[in-house]
Design a protein around this ligand. Structure first.
Ligand SMILES: Cc1cc2nc3c(=O)[nH]c(=O)nc-3n(C[C@H](O)[C@H](O)[C@H](O)COP(=O)(O)OP(=O)(O)OC[C@H]3O[C@@H](n4cnc5c(N)ncnc54)[C@H](O)[C@@H]3O)c2cc1C
Length: 246
C-alpha cells in the first residue's frame, strides 16, 4: 500500500482522540495511548488510523497501526519511532499527555480477523511489530492449534519492542515461537543475525516443500516487497502472503 493510499480518508469526517498516556520504549521510540472522545472504536487486528497532524501551517496525513487489541477498546495504542528529518513522527514525538489528535479510520486490509487453518509466520521489522501484536494475540487466543512463529528484526537489542511480553507468550502458548534477529549483533548474541531474505529463503523456500503456511510481513522499504515476491514466486498462494510496506 502506498503512503497516499494509506492516508486516504474519502468522505469520512475526522474524529478526535486525547493522548492519555505515553510510554517510552527507547529514546526514539514510544507508544501513545489515545482515548477517542466519541467512545471505543471498533477495528480489526492489523488496521491503522490516519492521523491528521498540524505541522508548519499544513495538515500532514500519516497512517499509524493500532498496536493494541480490539478487546482493549477504551484506549488505542500507537507505537512509533522518530524518523530522522521526518516531520510527522517528530510532531507526534513532541506531544505531551493531554494533547488532542484528529484522525480518521480505522483503515486497512492488512488484517487478521479469523485465524487461518495453517501455520502463521510473522516477519516484523522494527516498529513493524505494531500491527502484528494484535494479530498474533488474535491467533494465540483462538481455538486454532497451528504453530505461530515470529521472526522479529530490529536495529539493536533495545529496539526489540515488547520483548518481555513476547517472551511471556512463549511460556503461555507452546505453539508460539519467537526469534529475534539483529543485523550486527553484539558479542554473546544467541539470536539470529543477517537478513530476512536469507532466513526466509533457507527456512521456507529451499528448506522444505510445504507451501501451506500463511505469512504476514511488515516493515519499511523494499525488503517487504522482496520478501513478498520471494514467497509468492516460490509457490505460496497470493492470499497467504499478506504484507504492509511503510
Ligand atoms: C499503513 C501504514 C501504517 C503505518 N504504521 C506505522 C506505525 O505503527 N508506526 C510507525 O512508526 N510508522 C508507521 N507507519 C509509517 C508512518 O506513517 C510514517 O511514514 C513515519 O512515521 C514517517 O513519517 P514522517 O512524516 O516522520 O517522515 P516522512 O518524511 O513522511 O518519511 C520519511 C521516510 O521514512 C520512511 N519511514 C516510514 N516509516 C518509518 C519508520 N517507522 N522508521 C523509519 N523510516 C520510516 C518512509 O518510507 C520515508 O521514506 C505506517 C505507514 C503505513 C503506510
Amino acid at each position: 500500500m502506498s503512503q497516499a493510499e494509506a492516508g486516504a480518508s474519502p468522505g469520512r469526517p475526522s474524529s478526535v482522540a486525547i493522548v492519555e498516556r505515553i510510554e517510552h520504549h527507547t529514546a526514539d521510540t514510544r507508544s501513545l495511548f489515545l482515548r477517542p472522545t466519541t467512545g471505543p472504536l471498533a477495528f480489526l487486528p492489523g488496521q491503522f488510523l490516519s492521523l491528521l497532524l498540524p505541522v508548519d501551517g499544513a495538515v500532514l496525513t500519516r497512517p499509524y497501526s493500532i498496536a493494541s487489541r480490539p478487546e482493549d477498546n477504551d484506549l488505542l495504542e500507537i507505537c512509533l519511532n522518530e524518523v530522522p528529518g521526518g516531520r510527522g513522527s517528530h510532531y507526534l514525538c513532541s506531544l505531551a499527555v493531554g494533547a488532542q489528535i484528529n484522525f480518521t479510520g480505522p483503515w486497512g486490509t492488512f488484517t487478521l480477523d479469523q485465524p487461518p487453518a495453517a501455520a502463521c509466520i510473522f516477519l516484523a521489522d522494527g516498529t513493524g511489530i505494531a500491527p502484528m501484536r494484535p494479530m498474533m494475540r488474535r491467533v494465540l487466543e483462538s481455538e486454532s492449534s497451528f504453530p505461530v512463529h515470529l521472526l522479529y528484526r530490529a536495529e539493536d537489542e533495545a529496539h526489540l519492542l515488547y520483548r518481555n511480553e513476547l517472551l511471556r507468550w512463549t511460556r503461555q502458548h507452546l505453539r508460539f515461537v519467537f526469534e529475534s534477529m539483529l543485523p550486527t549483533p553484539p558479542d554473546g548474541w544467541t539470536g539470529l543475525r543477517g537478513t530476512f531474505l536469507e532466513q526466509v529463503e533457507a527456512r521456507y523456500v529451499s528448506g522444505d516443500a510445504d507451501r501451506g503456511r500463511h505469512f504476514y510481513i511488515c516493515g519499511v522499504g523494499p525488503a517487504v516487497t522482496q520478501l513478498r515476491d520471494l514467497l509468492r514466486g516460490a509457490g505460496y498462494q497470493r492470499r497467504a502472503v499478506q504484507y504492509e510496506k511503510w
